[in-house]
Design a protein around this ligand. Structure first.
Ligand SMILES: [Zn+2]
Length: 491
């Protein structure tokens, strides 16, 4: 039994001072004045935290495998030119060279052709994970043949292959992409998340599942994972009788994940108008319909990736007509939608799983496709359609920091810009915090266990140096992270 106290305790949208949280067996059993709790439970250990206490963050969309690989490879986030890239690849003594997180738009098409022919084994993954570059030498060593894949693209320039595989074409280089992730790599990733106050995630990488289930069996899993399921395995999943929510408090099965379109960064998001790009659909409407109805009728939630306004429209229509509402089918990203689809947004029963930090870095490309009637990153409008917002980061596409996400959702001031972008779509800090805690729990059917500081909830807490409601929202720090009443990370 312990009592946790700090400068304030966040409950029911308020920061209450002089309070304490009584924790028994990892669960919150009482919240009251600290003095009262100390009197009533004189033998309880008192943990005085230096800071403001909130429910721990829940990232509703993350890629644990990709994040682990990035954290153990070269981060291409700062690489701006072909020369820089060449130098980094040449300086690396061991081959192959793996680079993650590069903005592919930093190199021109002729640059890629040059890089393709360099006699080194190079693998580069784009920041949005929808494009991959593999050098000629690496392709040849692995004996990889090229052919056109539906819903994918092999990017060419003047008839020459650039080495870039987009969307479904990435399947061709899957055996290069899927490197093994070690236990140490994963522990590094857990530490990265705990540092940011995150104790639970929905994970949309599948290759890491054997490792995390092993860690779970050995009681070595620190974070809570809701594991997304690959749509290709749907028949097997049904045969095995797996349902969304099956599992335990540390590791459980989540939604069937599928993709309706590409991404904004790779210009493959499916838009209604081709200004400046139309993008692609990575799945037929009929296939989506079948997945939703088969999965839902077998107790499985569906999470559909949809970014462009046309993709979003198709997904909402299909969820509306074939989805079972209580299965809380999710739309991942929902970055754009057309004004005329607003009624659909209200009527379709779905949970919007959105990543606010994208607005901070996508601004340049965002400006290019802006037009009348197009809603972009419209958190306020979506919230006003009576949807429970679930927030995440899509890490490693963005840094996983929920503080950065809350800053993005409430300020909408992109990096390097001074003015907010469409500030009518800002939401309040309370709403943004709610989306990163309760909202994500709701999207994962855990809202009665996680995401609030309330009696009966798991004592997953984050202690911040400053109040989330102070003026400088983006300047804050995590002091301590707790899961089930146990301190698992401390500054
Ligand atoms: Zn993602």
């Amino acid at each position: 039994m312990k009592i946790i106290a700090g400068k304030s305790v966040y409950k029911d949208g308020k920061e209450l001072t002089e309070r304490g949280i009584l924790v028994e067996d990892g669960t919150i059993s009482k919240i009251d004045f600290l003095t009262t709790l100390k009197e009533q439970f004189p033998f309880a250990e008192v943990i005085n935290c230096d800071g403001f206490i909130y429910p721990a963050f829940f990232d509703s969309h993350i890629h644990l495998g990709e994040l682990s690989l990035l954290l153990s490879s070269i981060d291409g986030g700062c690489i701006k030119s072909l020369d820089e890239l060449k130098n980094i690849a040449k300086a690396k003594r061991e081959e192959p060279v793996y680079i993650y997180n590069l903005d592919f738009n930093n190199l021109s098409a002729p640059d890629w052709v040059v890089l393709f022919k360099i006699p080194l084994k190079i693998f580069i993954q784009s920041r949005d994970v929808h494009s991959i570059f593999v050098s000629k030498a690496f392709l040849e060593e692995k004996g990889i043949q090229l052919w056109e894949v539906p819903g994918g693209e092999l990017k060419r320039y003047n008839g020459q292959f650039t080495g870039i595989f987009k969307d479904n074409a990435i399947d061709l280089v899957r055996n290069i992409k899927e490197r093994e992730i070690s236990k140490a790599d994963f522990e590094n990733t857990e530490n990265y998340l705990l540092q940011r106050g995150i104790t639970a995630v929905t994970n949309f990488d599948f290759q890491i599942y054997p490792l995390v289930s092993h860690l779970y069996r050995d009681s070595e899993l620190m974070i809570r994972i809701v594991q997304g399921l690959k749509k290709e395995f749907l028949p097997d999943i049904i045969k095995e009788g797996i349902r969304t929510g099956d599992g335990n408090d540390k590791l459980r099965f989540g939604p069937i994940k599928c993709f309706m379109d590409g991404s904004l960064g790779s210009q493959t998001a499916r838009m209604k108008e081709s200004a400046p790009f139309r993008g692609i659909l990575t799945m037929e409407r009929e296939e989506l319909r079948e997945i939703i109805s088969i999965a839902n009728s077998n107790g499985l939630q569906v999470a559909v990736h949809a970014i462009g306004d046309e993709a979003v429209k198709i997904v909402l229509e299909e969820i509306k007509c074939s989805g079972i509402p209580h299965l809380r089918n999710r739309v991942e990203h929902l970055q754009f939608f057309d004004k005329e689809d607003l009624p659909l947004l209200k009527e379709a029963p779905f949970v919007p799983s959105m990543q606010p930090a994208h607005i901070l870095s996508d601004y340049k490309i965002l400006k290019k496709i802006l037009r009348d009637r197009l809603f972009s990153y419209a958190w306020n409008t979506v919230h006003n359609c009576l949807k429970t917002l679930a927030f995440g980061s899509d890490a490693p596409v963005e840094d996983a920091s929920p503080i950065r996400g809350i800053y993005a959702a409430t300020s909408r001031i992109p990096d390097g810009v001074e003015e907010p972008f469409q500030d009518e779509e800002c939401i309040s800090r309370e709403e943004a915090l709610g989306a990163y805690t309760y909202g994500s729990s709701f999207a994962n059917f855990i809202e009665k266990e996680l995401g609030k500081i309330e009696e009966g909830y798991q004592a997953d807490l984050v202690v911040l140096k400053k109040s989330l409601f102070n003026d400088m929202i983006n300047i804050n720090e995590v002091n301590l992270t707790m899961s089930a009443g146990r301190i698992i990370w401390m500054k």
